[in-house]
Design a protein around this ligand. Structure first.
Ligand SMILES: Cc1cc2nc3c(=O)[nH]c(=O)nc-3n(C[C@H](O)[C@H](O)[C@H](O)COP(=O)(O)OP(=O)(O)OC[C@H]3O[C@@H](n4cnc5c(N)ncnc54)[C@H](O)[C@@H]3O)c2cc1C
Length: 216
């Protein structure tokens, strides 16, 4: 999205106005015109609606980019992408319930990272693991550790069997803030700027349009 001092139209909101975005019975928002590259045909993309957005409906898999790849990108000249540069951010995002004491994992973030112990796996998952090991794939207890690959328990954003969405992790604890107001069914059309600073949004709530200015 680009915006000048009076703001410019957000393409997603323009699409929504022409009813291109739809709600499904599951309450999800489809983006039928999503396209990864100009060469690829448009695809349907699901997007979570409501607080927590897609983190409220996703598969909760917490899979980091491989640090070895990061180092290769760093060597190729991608400033900011080496493992030494990305690892602190990965760690800051985590409350790793299994391996938080390892030097490459983090503890204390609102987002949990949990791997179910083998005893709690379902029959199909166990059978797939056994077959893969029998075929010679190695076991990896932590796929997000450096230099690890193989059959693994997937790391998920859950605590005590419950999904932790970004709403649960970040918004719920902040609900009491005096400078926070949560509005449902609000469609943003544009971000409004004062000079180069984003200071508010133009938004449709129900059938009315209004401008909301941010406060510190
Ligand atoms: C089915 C599914 C499974 C997935 N599984 C995984 C997984 O296992 N692991 C993983 O890491 N990632 C997964 N993802 C991807 C991950 O959930 C997303 O990358 C992530 O949630 C994106 O966060 P976001 O805040 O950028 O966007 P979103 O979570 O998409 O949030 C954008 C929000 O903005 C709202 N919005 C858009 N336009 C407007 C507008 N004009 N006005 C007002 N609101 C607007 C949307 O309704 C939505 O609520 C999955 C995604 C899906 C859909």
């Amino acid at each position: 999205m680009s915006a000048g001092s009076r703001g410019t139209t957000c393409p997603q909101a323009a699409e929504a106005r022409s009813s291109v975005l739809q709600r499904t019975s599951a309450g999800l928002l489809l983006r039928p015109k999503g396209r990864a590259t100009k060469k690829r045909a448009p695809q349907l993309y699901l997007c979570g609606r409501g607080l927590g957005s897609s983190s409220a409906i996703n598969a909760q898999v917490s899979s980091r980019g491989m640090l070895e790849d990061s180092d290769r990108w760093g060597e190729l000249g991608c400033t900011g992408w080496s493992s030494a540069e990305v690892l602190p951010t990965f760690m800051r995002l985590e409350d790793d319930l299994n391996y938080g004491d390892q030097p490459y994992h983090g503890r204390g973030s609102p987002i949990p990272i949990n791997r179910d112990p083998l005893e709690q796996w379902g029959a199909v998952s166990r059978a797939v693991r056994e077959v893969a090991l029998a075929l010679g794939y190695q076991w990896s207890d932590d796929r997000n550790a450096p230099h690890r690959t193989g059959v693994t328990a997937w790391a998920s954003n859950s605590r005590a069997g419950m999904r932790i969405s970004t709403n649960d992790a970040y918004l719920e604890p902040a609900r009491g803030r005096p400078n926070l107001e949560i509005l449902g069914d609000a469609l943003v059309d544009r971000v409004e700027f004062t000079g180069r600073r984003a200071t508010g949004v133009r938004v449709r709530i129900g059938k009315s349009w209004t401008s909301i200015r941010g406060v510190e």
